[in-house]
Unconditional design. Structure first.
Length: 427
């Protein structure tokens, strides 16, 4: 599949697209209504280009369908359920049939194959096991591949390092920031790459950079590969880098990618950067057509040195909405504002700063103090700071640092306020 003639693959994609469009129209009221509203018939999809006639699906559509309204099969056919890492009220749910799990296992196994996996290998899987798709996605893939999975889940770094030295895993799977942290912790314990046996790492679920890749590779003595995926589509493995580390191969027999201009919503020509839109061609539990991922990337066609013919997507450099992923948790600025303004007398003039001083994300909220409080004593200021931090943490589920700044000191804007300064530099 990965090396097949691209023209033949297109035929397969079209055949699968027609089938999934019919399933979505017949079984999911949301799609039925959307098609009827614009007079679109299932038979109108006769070529891959016809996909552009289909309306987009957004995260809000999926939220509105919470929890199971997008499901296309009877409940007894659902085998596994996952949800996005959104905090209160923002989760999107994905339901998998047995066949969907097989597809997920297959693409995740391909990711392991791309990472030089061999059947005798052990995989230390430090993605979280739970509603998050990371842990189970890699787990399903490792089993399908025939490698041994060490289901560590995230956290407990000391134990992770012990297992890494004693069990001698060949492949590490976790977020890039945790890989970096593990590398540093290994060094602090007085060990180096020569004391472990890793050859590759499959890292994703958050934005990272080439600089970060170099540092991880040095610290752990491995080749670090990028893996992309999202709950709404399936989970990790929608695309993955091969050893060439030259873009992530999209598993095109299962997912049809398009790049759109997020403003005009026009499909862009090959090579242009824009928002990735994905259609699941084979998933039946919850068929998803033209999902706006909000992730910014570009597509690269043509054969890769590795021999695979699947289209590659370049590193994600940003999002077209305001969602931030901080320490793996989805955070919207609106949640921060809500938390801030729940505190009486807190000023609505604020700015969100996200940094990654070392390996972990830090979140700082700068809040202007109102003139009344400004003249107050230190104790009152400290209390204000504490209340704001607590209220925001409650809203987003993450610890935040609050800095109170002088009234009028934050920049004002005549158009949209610049609320978020993300200094993590993913470009
Ligand atoms: O993060 C699935 C996953 C697990 C991918 C393990 C890779 C490894 P969600 O929690 O639904 O699913 O978050 C999906 O995370 O839309 C991107 O914004 C971001 N993301 C995922 N992979 C990458 C990556 C999982 N390699 C959202 N580079 C996506 C940049 C990524 N961003």
């Amino acid at each position: 599949m990965e090396c097949m003639d691209p023209e033949e693959r297109k035929e397969l994609q079209l055949e699968r697209l027609k089938k999934v469009v019919k399933l979505a129209y017949d079984k999911v009221p949301f799609y039925h209504k959307k098609f009827d509203e614009i007079g679109l018939k299932v038979e109108d999809i006769q070529s891959l280009e016809d996909i552009q006639k289909i309306p987009f699906t957004t995260k809000d559509d999926l939220r509105a369908a919470y929890p199971f309204e997008m499901v296309a099969v009877p409940p007894e056919e659902i085998e596994e359920i996952h949800a996005s890492s959104g905090t209160t009220g923002t989760a999107t749910v994905t339901c998998y049939t047995k066949e969907d799990i097989d597809i997920w296992a297959e693409i995740s196994a391909r990711a392991i194959g791309m990472a030089e996996g061999e059947k005798r290998d052990k995989i230390q899987n430090c993605y979280g096991y739970g509603l998050f798709t990371g842990g189970f996605g890699i787990d399903h893939g490792a089993r399908k591949f025939g490698a041994a999975v060490i289901p560590m889940s995230s956290g407990n770094t000391k134990r992770q390092l012990e297992i890494m030295r004693d069990f001698k895993p060949a492949i590490l799977t976790c977020t890039p920031s945790y890989a970096m942290y593990l590398g540093e912790a290994l060094e602090e314990e007085g060990y180096g790459p020569e004391d472990i046996h890793l050859k590759t790492g499959i890292f994703g679920a958050e934005m990272w950079t080439e600089e970060m890749r170099k540092r991880i590779e040095e610290k752990l003595g491995i080749k670090a590969l990028n893996i992309y995926g999202l709950t709404e589509i399936i989970g990790p493995g929608v695309s993955n880098e091969c050893l060439e580390r030259n873009g992530m191969h999209i598993q095109e027999d299962h997912f049809y990618p398009e790049i759109i201009d997020p403003n005009t919503l026009e499909v862009l020509e090959d090579g242009k950067r824009g928002e990735l839109v994905l259609t699941c061609l084979t998933k039946t539990g919850m068929p998803i057509l033209r999902f706006r991922t909000r992730d910014v990337t570009s597509l690269v066609h043509g054969k890769c040195e590795c021999g695979r013919t699947t289209v590659r997507m370049t590193r994600i450099t940003g999002r077209t909405d305001d969602m931030m992923k901080i320490r793996g948790v989805m955070v919207f600025p609106s949640q921060i504002e809500r938390g801030l303004l729940k505190v009486s007398k807190a000023s609505p003039n604020y700015q969100i700063h996200v940094t990654r001083p070392d390996t972990l994300d830090e979140l700082e909220i700068k809040v202007e103090i109102t003139p009344e409080i400004f003249s107050d004593e230190m104790k009152a200021l400290d209390q204000m700071k504490y209340k704001i931090a607590k209220s925001i943490s409650k809203e987003i589920g993450l610890r935040v640092d609050v800095t109170l700044v002088e009234p009028g000191s934050l920049p004002r804007s005549e158009g949209k306020a610049v609320r978020v300064i993300d200094e993590r530099n993913f470009k």
